[in-house]
Write a protein that binds this ligand. Structure first.
Ligand SMILES: Cc1ncc(COP(=O)(O)O)c(C=O)c1O
Length: 366
């Protein structure tokens, strides 16, 4: 049996360190907004190459709180990729603004900067490029369009901790970046968690207030904020895992290289494309085929577990029916949703697992 992902592998590897962090936090009696959070925020900001990290409850809150801190509200438009996890769009909806989809570049699955111009209006206040599957989006090209117009560029880096573009880490590519520490992410907590990373002092200060009931001094509430904090236990566990992130990402890339070697030229499969200057961290290893449904069930019958990220684009979900966007208006997102298939991927995945997956795929197409 080859699972899609082995959540326990990293925890077994680090069991002693994680247990001692748990004990340290338990004995400290400090469970919310304490020294572990401050330490993690400093360490993760440094890791990304940015000035600030603000821990929050999850990646969706990170998106919504950042847009809110930038004053984005009802009547504003935010450009988002047509193909992404729905949370990117939901963050925009949470502040009352309208998500406006921009088609993807089908070779990278990321927002295509060439498709932005046609979507800009006087109401466009932000663009959210998503580093989908672990590949950095073309943030430099997006900034070239956004900066002269005063448009805010927020990286959705939920799937790309540690990925780099021309030597710079995700988190330091746009004006700010949001991360999710959902357990299966490349850097995952043992529960929900998220963060915003930025070098903008004013934005970081607003976020620190917003996440904590709109307060920076106890019982003084300057704005109507929310409760969305990264707790001490998650911060302590993330500090340990952060030290292993680069090594885990290297292992993911090694698995991806084995897949590429064994699957090149097989059937009609398209394999992940990594543009020059990009360092992909393979949160997901996504292939593409017109035979997606048949291939997935053939593999399932042979105990190889795959998933689809994502089977329907956000515009086709009931949540966005009111936008009235037809699938024919977003053909690239629609085609991707019909054809993508995520193969098993986790850092400790063995060559035997890769061989099992790839030999069954080869026999399917033979
Ligand atoms: C691209 C993307 N954005 C945002 C999120 C939201 O993160 P969370 O699950 O922590 O709310 C996720 C993950 O689930 C994601 O994959």
């Amino acid at each position: 049996m080859t699972p899609f992902f082995d959540i326990n592998a990293s925890h077994i590897e680090l069991a002693e360190e994680l247990s001692s962090a748990f004990n340290r936090v338990m004995k400290s009696g400090h469970l919310i907004m304490g020294p572990e959070l401050s330490a993690f925020e400093g360490e993760f900001a440094r890791y990304c190459g940015a000035k600030h990290c603000v821990g929050v409850g999850n990646g969706l809150d990170a998106l919504a709180l950042t847009l809110r801190a930038k004053g984005i509200k009802e009547g504003d438009e935010v450009l988002v990729p047509s193909h992404t996890f729905i949370a990117t769009w939901l963050g925009v909806s949470m502040v009352g603004a309208t998500p406006v989809p921009v088609e993807i570049d089908p070779s990278t699955y990321n927002l295509d900067p060439r498709a932005i111009a046609a979507k800009l209006t006087s109401r466009t206040k932000a663009i959210i490029p998503v580093h989908l599957y672990g590949l950095p989006a073309a943030v430099d090209e997006i900034l070239n369009i956004a900066d002269p117009r005063g448009i805010f560029v927020l990286e959705d880096a939920a799937q790309a901790h540690g990925a780099t573009l021309r030597g710079k880490n995700t988190g330091a590519l746009g004006h700010a970046a949001t991360f999710s520490f959902y357990p299966t992410k490349n850097l995952g907590a043992m529960g929900d968690g998220g963060a915003v990373v930025t070098s903008d002092d004013e934005l970081a200060e607003k976020l620190r207030m917003l996440r904590n009931y709109g307060s920076s001094i106890k019982y003084v509430h300057e704005v109507a904020g929310v409760n969305s904090r990264l707790d001490e236990l998650q911060a302590a566990l993330l500090r340990i895992k952060l030290r292993h992130l680069d090594e885990w990402n290297r292992k993911r890339r090694a698995v991806a290289a084995q897949y590429a070697e064994r699957l090149e030229g097989v059937g009609d499969l398209s394999l992940p494309f990594v543009p020059e200057g990009s360092n992909h961290v393979f949160h997901l290893y996504v292939v593409r085929t017109k035979e997606r449904a048949k291939l997935a069930s053939y593999l399932a019958e042979r105990e190889i577990h795959t998933l689809v990220h994502y089977p329907a684009p956000p515009h086709a979900q009931g949540a966005y029916a009111a936008l009235g966007l037809s699938s024919s208006s977003l053909p690239l997102a629609t085609e991707a949703a019909n054809e993508v298939l995520s193969l098993p991927m986790w850092p400790q995945m063995t060559t035997d697992h890769v061989d099992a997956v790839t030999s069954h795929i080869r026999s399917f197409f033979a």
